[in-house]
Design a protein. Structure first.
Length: 316
């Protein structure tokens, strides 16, 4: 747990508070926390420690140093990484039973969305791609071991005649404290998600994609985009203030529901923002607002988000 916390702190912008990092770790459902997680490249840590108490968080950061830690970066939230792992585990179970001509078994995952995604992938590989799928699993496990010098996620695999180990059983077998083991598994899940963004190396596993859920009010705004993308009109239709729609639009970009920045930002404006940002990065919004005349806070915030998400792919 300490390593996870220190990794997130290593990415904290100078003008951000420790509490903002805590909010990311527990997965606080606020537009500010979505924004912070995105611009600090900490999406994979959003909600990974939902039960973390603030006093525990404080005691860890008081006694630790984060200079040596390097966080795992991807444009995916931790919840989607966890769903991806669950899907992989279920497909492995399905393939194993199929190879043994065994049709009746209890799926290890009961979640309907994960079962649907697993069935999709299984249908894709069942005719002639079983071996390719298995090879990708081996490659993935090898890549995890190269990164961490050990692998624990393999204990969660199940199949014909094999049941997954419990956390307590793994802890006893590997002589590792339960909390440390849970922390290591979280990091393995995060790393797997990062690996699977390489579709050339993992053409099958990279097909597993989950979208982050939008907040309910954001979802209703998203559904109205079929009628109009005009912010003032959207505010009228929902009977809310325009800044509320601004928050909704930014959340849609953060969570991948909107991609095309030209809906609200032209190329020249974006280039100007990048020039100012790269001259003095990671400042508060007010700084860029004062530097970029005639732009709204919404436009600056949106460009900040888009730039941060693009930066991950450029620096990979």
């Amino acid at each position: 747990m300490q390593e996870i916390i220190m990794k997130t702190l290593s990415m904290k912008h100078e003008l951000k508070t420790n509490k903002s990092i805590y909010n990311i770790l527990i997965g606080k459902k606020s537009h500010q926390t979505y924004f912070d997680a995105t611009i600090e490249h900490l999406k994979l840590y959003y909600g990974c420690l939902p039960n973390l108490k603030y006093h525990h968080f404080e005691s860890i950061i008081e006694n630790g140093s984060y200079s040596q830690y390097k966080p795992i970066k991807a444009n995916t939230f931790y919840e989607q990484a966890y769903q991806t792992i669950q899907t992989i585990l279920l497909v492995i179970q399905m393939v194993s039973h199929k190879k043994h001509d065994h049709s009746f078994y209890q799926p290890i995952i009961n979640d309907k969305s994960i079962q649907f995604k697993a069935k999709e992938l299984y249908i894709f590989i069942k005719n002639d791609k079983f071996d390719l799928f298995i090879n990708e699993i081996y490659e993935l496990l090898e890549e995890i071991e190269n990164e961490f010098n050990t692998v624990y996620v393999h204990y969660l695999l199940t199949g014909f005649g094999e049941t997954p180990y419990t956390i307590e059983q793994i802890s006893l077998l590997e002589h590792i404290p339960v909390l440390e083991l849970k922390s290591q598994l979280i990091q393995e899940f995060q790393y797997i998600q990062k690996c699977l963004e390489n579709s050339e190396k993992y053409p099958i596993l990279s097909k597993i994609k989950f979208e982050a859920n939008l907040n309910y009010q954001t979802l209703t705004t998203f559904q109205l985009l079929n009628q109009t993308t005009n912010i003032e009109r959207l505010a009228e239709l929902k009977n809310v203030k325009t800044h509320t729609i601004h928050d909704h639009i930014i959340e849609m970009y953060i969570k991948g529901y909107l991609i095309d920045k030209s809906l609200y930002i032209d190329d020249e404006t974006y280039v100007n923002f990048i020039e100012v940002f790269e001259e003095k990065p990671n400042q508060n919004l007010k700084y860029y607002y004062e530097k970029l005349e005639n732009l709204s806070y919404f436009e600056i915030k949106l460009m900040y988000v888009i730039y941060a998400m693009e930066e991950i792919y450029v620096k990979r």
